[in-house]
Design a protein around this ligand. Structure first.
Ligand code: SIN
Ligand code: MN
Length: 274
């Protein structure tokens, strides 16, 4: 199928800015998901700093930044439909700020507490504005039982919440990728926001694509099911919004801020969602 670029209509862009999240009208097809899943599973077995393990049990929790050292992941971030979606949501050229896969292994995959991504990106990296977007691609079926991403619609409009005092910050990037996150939104506040705005589970078959805002309050629970829940997250940032002097490792904050050049790839094709 051919999906028009830019991928989001003006109505869809308005809906994204209203709600802070958006279900893309397309998904990676079965063969493409299988190819990316196979590659990612292999990369998750590597021993290198970009591969993070669960504190309990030691299984692979995440792989970071592999679009810079794996050519299939590099091809994925250049897909015209994904770049077009990010460009239309942000209104201009984009580059890849961050790329990661969170695995949530069966029974062992640990929760992500309530948080806002922009807290990390502003406080740790100096990103000027939340003019970035997360594109989330399910590599496994995401269902209610395997710890899917949960967002609180419209919470992205509230600014940054519950920031710790500067003296209470660890400054260790490992606290930005573990289940003990450095910047969290308290469970009480999340419960109040959830009661006011409701919550949405970003579920769907493998290949499903969602976009969500850097300031939206989100979390996910432990995976207590027998099903892995690998979620691939590409963060595109507006080129005009690049931080001036980031210090965290390059696999968490890209230094190459050149606009992504879109390119189709025969191994990676999309289908209409639903
Ligand atoms: C994230 O908050 O960046 C991801 C959480 C998840 O993988 O469930
Ligand atoms: Mn997050």
């Amino acid at each position: 199928m051919t999906i028009p670029t830019p991928a989001a209509s003006p109505d869809a862009v308005a809906r994204y800015h209203e709600n802070g999240w958006y279900p893309a009208g397309f998904a990676l097809d079965r063969d493409s998901v299988a190819a990316v899943r196979g590659r990612i599973t292999e990369l998750g077995g590597h021993r290198r700093p970009e591969v993070v393990h669960e504190k309990q049990g030691g299984s692979t929790r995440a792989v970071h930044g592999c679009h810079t050292w794996d050519e299939l992941c590099a091809a994925l971030v250049r897909l015209p439909e994904l770049v077009g979606l990010a460009e239309s949501l942000l209104g201009g050229p984009v580059y890849v700020y961050q790329f990661k896969v969170n695995f949530k292994q069966p029974y062992e995959g640990a929760a992500w507490p309530w948080h806002q991504d922009y807290a990390f990106w502003r406080e740790e990296d100096g990103m000027p504005r939340p003019d970035a977007v997360n594109i989330a691609i399910a590599l496994d079926d995401a269902h209610e039982g395997n710890g899917p991403l949960t967002v609180i619609p419209r919470s992205h409009r509230l600014g940054l919440l519950d920031l710790p005092a500067p003296t209470a910050r660890s400054g260790d990037w490992r606290d930005h990728v573990s289940a003990d996150l450095a910047y969290t939104v308290s469970p009480d506040l999340a419960a109040r926001l959830g009661a006011e705005h409701g919550t949405e589970l970003l579920v769907g078959p493998a290949g499903t694509v969602h976009a969500f805002h850097p300031s939206i309050v989100h979390s996910s629970t432990d995976n207590l099911s027998p099903d892995r829940r690998a979620l691939l997250l590409i963060t595109y940032n507006a080129v005009a919004n690049a931080p001036a002097a980031p210090t965290r490792p390059e696999f968490l904050v890209a230094r190459d801020t050149a606009p992504v050049v879109p390119a189709a790839d025969a191994r990676l094709t999309l289908r209409r969602a639903g």
